[in-house]
Design a protein around this ligand. Structure first.
Ligand code: PLP
Length: 405
């Protein structure tokens, strides 16, 4: 699928063709996205919103068109509900501060899950420390899926927010967010979805899902770094205070005080990343040109193929084996005597054969602790990967295991 659109895939690493299987960390960029960045700086770079001159108006139009494209891409009711941020982490920190200021008081509770990335743990821990609130988490069942019965038991009148990953960046498992949202809403509790690993891989419709907030990153969905999105339902965003001051977020500033701009600008202090939003728009168009049905089917097939091939290697233990995954697989390899081959050693030998896989805790230390290992080897797919990448990875892994056993 469209490998030729991604110039970096022609690179060699250690004199081997690059096999890029680290898409959960960041995806590669199609030529259309790379060209968009160059086009912006060559032809219409100018600060947006307040300029009367031509370039500023062009830049403003491109930025606001990108906002509309993002809104349509995730099925938001209005582009006013799309806040541009630096990425998922920035979106979650913004929400934690803003929601925390307005809605969290001493003794209140926030629920996350056992599979969260640190970006969906630490901002809530910081908020809880500030407000003397309590952070709880939904535990895992034996099969490494979320324990929804336990979640029901955690919800109570003190619960003010649930914030969960849609897809685990370690296990690749797809959390039952529809069910979580339904249960939370029945208790009047809003839900934030960390979509960092789902938005690049599946069709999202925030209105059908009925989530209150959604955070995601441009760079994991074939867009540039430094741009991301916080979606929020208008009713919520209108209630929440800004998390940063300065620039476009003001209405009027007097020594006596400041009034704030309307949505979405209230949450966009400082010069926005208008080149990033334009390039993100191109990434969205790129995904749309292929179509979600084709992307989802291709990645589903590839992930299943890789899991099947991995399971055929002696000593490989796949986490959440057999559970449907969205483009991510984590595993470890154990020797005859059940001792773990350190994932770092496997990653190093894979790299020497041109295969980019990630090893370690994947910024999800509580989950890795739960798994009882120092880390895992993780492979993750993008729409340009194909079976030849999986075959090259499996051959490289077999060689690595042979050398390390
Ligand atoms: N949440 C999840 C589930 C992730 O996988 C990641 C990145 O890997 C993040 C949040 C943080 O994303 P970013 O570094 O783009 O802010």
């Amino acid at each position: 699928m469209k490998r030729e659109d991604f110039p970096i895939l022609k690179e060699q690493v250690h004199k081997r063709p690059l096999v890029y299987l680290d898409n959960a960390a960041t995806s590669q960029k199609p030529q259309a996205v790379i060209d968009a960045i160059s086009e912006a700086y060559c032809h219409w770079n100018s600060n947006i919103h307040r300029g009367v001159h031509h370039l500023s108006q062009v830049a403003t139009m491109k930025h606001e068109e990108a906002r509309k494209a993002v809104a349509a891409f995730i099925g938001a009711k209005s582009s006013d509900e799309i806040i541009f941020t630096k990425g998922t982490t920035d979106s979650l920190n913004a929400l934690a501060f803003s929601f925390g200021e307005a809605c969290i008081h001493e003794g209140d509770e926030i629920i996350v899950s056992a599979v969260e990335h640190h970006s969906n743990i630490v901002p809530w821990q910081m908020l809880c420390a500030r407000k003397k609130a309590v952070l709880r988490h939904i535990p895992l069942r034996e099969d490494k899926t979320l324990d929804i019965e336990a979640f029901k038991g955690l919800l109570n009148e003190k619960t003010k927010l649930v914030s969960v990953a849609h897809v685990s960046n370690v296990l690749g498992t797809i959390n039952p967010v529809e069910e979580i949202i339904r249960i939370a809403h029945a208790g009047g509790v809003p839900v934030c979805i960390d979509g960092a690993q789902s938005v690049p891989h599946m069709h999202m419709d925030v209105q059908a899902l009925d989530c209150d907030f959604l955070a995601f990153s441009g760079h994991k969905m074939y867009g540039p770094t430094g741009i991301g999105v916080l979606y929020g339902k208008r009713e919520w965003l209108e209630k929440l205070p800004p998390h940063e001051g300065g620039g476009e977020m003001i209405d009027h500033v007097r020594w006596s005080g400041t009034t704030y701009n309307e949505l979405p600008f209230k949450f966009e202090a400082g010069t926005p990343n208008f080149v990033g939003s334009y390039a993100l728009h191109k990434a969205i168009e790129y995904i749309q040109s292929i179509g979600w049905e084709a992307v989802e089917a291709h990645e589903r097939e590839l992930t299943a193929y890789c899991e099947e091939r991995l399971a055929g290697i002696e000593g490989v233990h796949i986490y959440a084996a057999g559970i449907p995954k969205a483009g991510v697989i984590s595993f470890n390899v154990f020797t005859d005597h059940q001792s773990l081959i350190h994932p770092f050693d496997i990653g190093t030998l894979l790299d020497q054969q041109g295969v980019a896989a990630r090893t370690g805790h994947h910024c999800a230390e509580p989950l890795i602790d739960d798994l009882g290992v120092p880390g895992t080897v993780r492979v993750s797919f993008g729409l340009y990967n194909d079976k030849s990448d999986v075959d090259a990875f499996i051959a490289a892994l077999e060689r690595a295991v042979q050398m390390l056993s």
